[in-house]
Write a protein that binds this ligand. Structure first.
Ligand SMILES: [Zn+2]
Ligand SMILES: [Zn+2]
Length: 409
């Protein structure tokens, strides 16, 4: 028997419907902030991700689906959404009016160990805003994420954590300082972090291994080493979040896994589902557009994992609605008129499911019951002869004859 590829899961109609509901909610909220949907390809040149996401990240080193195309050029399935959106901005958006605000949704691919709640094909929704340098954009994007999450029912269960990573000017000396401090405690660090020391010491700060956490908690924080402009940005953000009455917590150990962030990074987490889990994460990436060959343009954005949100909202979003009518056609003569009647009702906007051919009255009524439709339209030889249909309320069993023409008004 053929099965799905390991780590790839089917979204059966109930799941697909819930995903769609979340996407619909996102569209509604995001559009109020002036964000419009963009769709980028699932497949990009591998180089896009090695350059944008960073060669020393786990994503690029271990998790990408990368393969040569028929001409031997290296392609990758997108492991995240920002890189493609930045590429699209450079290709098409730079001439547009700034800020350029877009949101995206769709599947992403990472070759990770599949486990509960983590598939190799997973879905994200994200937003990116290009061209706004000040902290107002950060505050607005964070407010938008909180607004969306509150709207799907997670409002009072959310924690917002924020950190600042500075800009290249202040981060380079901070990195040195941090690396020096960490090297002094290198023996206490895990193997991964020992390697990170040389290549990406900031990542030591968010290592979950207890020994590393002890060292990280005593390490210098980026916020204490900001340049004047970065410090002003951060205090501006604090003021705006205060004005919006958004509760948040400063987390100096949050660095995010991606190399491209500058200044603001944030995570929105929830205690639901057992552990502390991130439901949205993002930040500012002022250098990325230029690093990818575009005109220097500041940017800020975030992404959310839809599988986790689907688990969190559970049945809140409801399910697939049953049909309005079940059309129960009994006997050969009733099939064609039934088909026509069903088609006309659908043209009028009603949801109609029709019985299988060849069923007895008892059998088609059983089908009607299983459909969940509140009303069955029964069409037997007598009804066909009289150009009528028997309208039966499934709950009460009450029924009455109605002329075909009347059904459609
Ligand atoms: Zn700075
Ligand atoms: Zn570690």
């Amino acid at each position: 028997m053929m099965t799905a590829v390991r780590g790839m899961r089917d979204f059966l109609p109930e799941d697909a419907w819930r995903l769609h509901r979340l996407e619909q909610a996102a569209r509604e909220v995001f559009s109020r902030y002036g964000f419009h949907e963009i769709r980028t390809p699932l497949l990009e040149w591998s180089e896009l991700f090695t350059r944008a996401v960073g060669e020393t990240t786990d994503i690029v080193e271990k998790e990408m689906y990368t393969f040569p195309d028929r001409k031997g050029k290296s392609l990758s399935l997108r492991p995240e959404g920002t890189a493609s959106v930045v590429r699209a901005f450079i290709n098409h958006g730079q001439g547009q009016r700034l800020p350029w605000r877009v949101w995206y949704r769709g599947p992403m691919f990472r070759y990770e160990r599949p486990q509960e709640g983590r598939s190799r094909q997973f879905h994200q929704i994200g937003c990116e805003e290009f061209g706004a340098a000040g902290p107002l954009a950060d505050a607005q994007v964070i407010a938008m994420a909180m607004h969306f999450l509150a709207g799907i029912g997670l409002g009072n269960r959310l924690d917002l954590e924020i950190n600042t990573l500075g800009c290249p000017d202040c981060r380079a000396p901070y990195r040195e300082r941090l690396a020096d401090k960490l090297r002094a405690h290198a023996a206490a660090l895990c193997d991964n972090c020992q390697q990170r020391l040389a290549r990406n010491p900031l990542r030591v700060l968010d290592c979950k291994i207890p020994g590393c956490r002890v060292v990280a908690e005593r390490a210098p924080h980026a916020r204490e080493h900001l340049c004047a402009a970065c410090a002003e940005h951060f205090s501006g953000l604090e003021a705006y979040l205060g004005a919006l009455d958004l509760a948040w917590r400063y987390n100096p150990l949050m660095v995010r896994g991606l190399d491209y962030y500058t200044r603001t990074v944030f995570e929105i987490t929830t205690q639901e589902l057992g552990a502390q889990n991130a439901v949205a994460a993002g930040g500012r990436y002022d250098g990325l557009v230029a690093a990818m060959g575009g005109r220097p343009t500041p940017a800020v954005g975030f992404a959310m994992g839809m599988e986790r949100l689907m688990a969190l909202v559970g049945t809140m979003a409801g399910g697939i609605a049953p049909p309005d009518f079940f059309l129960a056609a009994v006997g050969v003569e009733a099939q064609a008129p039934g088909l026509i009647l069903a088609e006309r009702l659908r043209a009028a906007g009603r949801v109609v499911e029709m019985s299988q051919e060849g069923g007895s009255m008892k059998n088609v009524m059983k089908q009607a019951g299983r459909s969940g439709a509140p009303v069955a339209l029964i069409l037997g030889p007598d009804e066909v002869a009289a150009r009528q249909v028997m309208v039966k309320e499934m709950a009460s069993g009450a029924q009455r004859s109605v002329a075909w023409d009347e059904m459609l008004t």
